[in-house]
Design a protein around this ligand. Sequence first.
Ligand code: ZN
Length: 46
Amino acid sequence: MKRLHTQESCPYCKGAGYFQLIVGGTEDCPACEGQGRTDHESPSQA
Ligand SMILES: [Zn+2]
């Protein structure tokens, strides 16, 4: 079984890697650890 790792833009921060805080400043996105991308495993695509 072959597993492909693809990186896609993080849905939480829209690929930015951080959130823009309303009060000002930014906060690192916990979902992608500030990278703006998340790893997805695609078992049978691509
Ligand atoms: Zn993110």
